[in-house]
Design a protein around this ligand. Sequence first.
Ligand code: DAH
Length: 342
Amino acid sequence: MNDKFESIKQEILDGIDGLASSRAVYDFKKQFLDSKTGKIGQLMKEMKNIAPEERAGFGKGVNELKEWAQQKFSELDEKIREKELKLRYELERIDVTMPAEGRETGNLHPITQMRNEIIDVFSGMGFEVFENREIENDYYNFTALNTPKDHPARDMQDTFYLSPEFLLATQTSAAQIHTMEEKKPPIKILCPGKVFRSDDDATHSPMFHQMEGLVVDKKITLCDLKGMLDVFVKKIYGESTTTRLRPSYFPFTEPSVEVDVSCFECGGKGCKLCKGTGWIEILGAGIVNRKVLENCGIDPDEYSGLAFGIGIERATMLKYGINNIKLLFESDLRVLEQIDDN
Ligand code: DAH
């Protein structure tokens, strides 16, 4: 019997030298120590063939062999696991002194940034925001805004007609009508939107963005308009920026004004940006025409309103000194990356 114990011992000693992983140790160990199929376990089953007087010795021998094997395997297992762990540390080592891999981050498009900035300023003054529609009908885009059938703004050269009745919105001013039809005064709204005109050069694009503002309440005057626009230009172009109003004409406002800002580049002395005048035209505005209020069922003797329309591209180009509107639409990252105010 001792021979059998010895040969199992030898088999284990021969086998463990070649084991290189904890998995291999586990598999090899099973061949001997598995309680059902292991070679040492099997020895126990031979007990019944052993002469009774030798059984005690045999049992002791098997147990010793078993303990010896368990000891061997656990020493081996510990060694191999330690080796494996070291190897893993080696493989997964991180050199914290290496420069970090740069990660590109995106930023909002300059038009979106300007749109958000404008919304921020006016929501601070209590304006609600409504998105404008891109397809309008003739009534909202023109007729209700006191722009009669023969008005030049309706010219095929300016307007993209989809049918005799429907067109691509040429101005966010149509939102004034939708709002006044749905809401009664007091009204204080801001409508950003895309507008479309058959126009294409360095400062015009067939699609561009506007932001319409409308306030309707009792006793609204040009002073309210100027006050709000002053706050707006100071927030966007700097605290020292001021505004001036020049008489102008829009069918839906009376009086109508063109609003200039003092040149934030030269401080008003005269430079290339303001073409030597010290002033830059920034937006159109006015007091809502009585006829427009009437068209929306609002009594012009009781209420008055102010309105303004900001060209978002123009406001952006002025702020960042961009001289060609196409730079805002070409998605050239070298341009877009330079403008990140958020
Ligand atoms: N809708 C005008 C345009 O597209 C801009 C404008 C002017 C809007 C005066 C207004 C306004 O609300 O009062 O040129």
